[in-house]
Design a protein around this ligand. Structure first.
Ligand SMILES: [Mg+2]
Length: 304
């Protein structure tokens, strides 16, 4: 499979997971499991994709990371109706008010910064662009998180999600992937979650156990591992993303993160066409998102 297809797959996959999960956000696992067929209801994406677009645009225009510009992209793309989290909203409000991107996010939550999944949910462009350099990937994942999410757990969640996408681009065997992720991650909370993923995969655990052990919430450590698990457990884009959303909770973000890893692994062609066609079009819709994937590929390999 071509690398270009994986680059596009990661971005489109992320947007698809977001749009598919969006109507169910905040419902419990029991409420989400209605037993019906999984259809894309509106095809509208949320803040996850809107911010992912900003990350991609900024990496392309700057041929790499530029924090001040990335913050500007987030502010320019912002539409309140996309449902932004409180951390991102407040950080962007401060930056718009004149604070630097280095300082703004650190003032949130009593000076601790946010450990929500708002940085991990948008990280797909970083995961593909730096897929072949783990140190650089970690550095840029942390920095791009810092624009809105400065807590160590928020940054580490974004780096872990980015590295999962990178391994998927590389086509790493799933068994080896868990090992590589354990080597990569530095924080003990995430190390423990990765150990749990391994145990839960071995026993084919039920959904209740997954939600209990890995989480389905808005904290990065209660959603990034859940997305990784959903990807590892199944053999197709569709099965992984449907499963991730069926766990309830922060469905759009867990769907987006599972979709990003799965799209990077299986490529654009493995994403169900009926979902892609339902994904919203327009100025920054599915064609534009696909183009961003192509551009990231072009800038990385041809740099013209
Ligand atoms: Mg969202």
């Amino acid at each position: 499979m071509s690398l270009k297809s994986k680059f596009i797959g990661a971005l489109i996959g992320s947007a698809i997971g977001d749009a598919l999960g969006a109507p169910l956000e905040g419902n419990s696992m029991e409420e989400v499991n209605f037993g019906g067929d999984w259809k894309m209801i509106s095809g509208r994406y949320t803040d996850d994709t809107e911010m992912m677009i900003g990350v991609a645009e900024s990496l392309i225009e700057n041929r790499g990371f530029n924090g001040a510009d990335m913050a500007v992209k987030f502010i320019q793309n912002y539409h309140a109706r996309r449902g932004y989290g409180p951390g991102s909203k407040e950080a962007l409000r401060r930056i718009r008010g004149g604070e630097s991107w280095e300082d703004a996010s650190g003032k949130l939550f009593g000076g601790k910064g946010s450990y929500g999944n708002g940085a991990a949910m948008r990280i797909a462009p970083v995961g593909i662009f730096y897929y072949d350099n783990a140190d650089k990937l970690r550095e840029i994942a942390y920095k791009s998180s810092h624009v809105t999410h400065s807590h160590e757990l928020g940054k580490e969640g974004a780096a872990l999600q980015a590295f999962s996408i990178a391994l998927a681009v590389q086509g790493t065997e799933k068994e080896a992937m868990l090992h590589d992720l354990k080597e990569f991650v530095k924080n003990v909370i995430y190390k423990e979650k990765l150990r749990k993923i391994e145990a839960l995969l071995a026993e084919e655990a039920d959904k209740k156990a997954i939600v209990f052990e890995l989480g389905n919430g808005q904290e990065a450590f209660n959603s990034v591992p859940t997305a990784i698990y959903s990807f590892l457990r199944f053999d197709s884009f569709k099965d992984a993303v449907v499963y991730a959303i069926s766990l309830g909770g922060d469905t759009d973000t867990i769907g987006a993160m599972t979709g990003a890893i799965s799209g990077a692994y299986y490529g654009e062609g493995a994403i169900p066409v009926e979902w892609v066609e339902r994904l919203e079009e327009g100025k920054k819709g599915r064609s534009y998102i696909k183009w961003l994937g192509e551009e990231l590929y072009r800038v990385k390999f041809f740099n013209d």
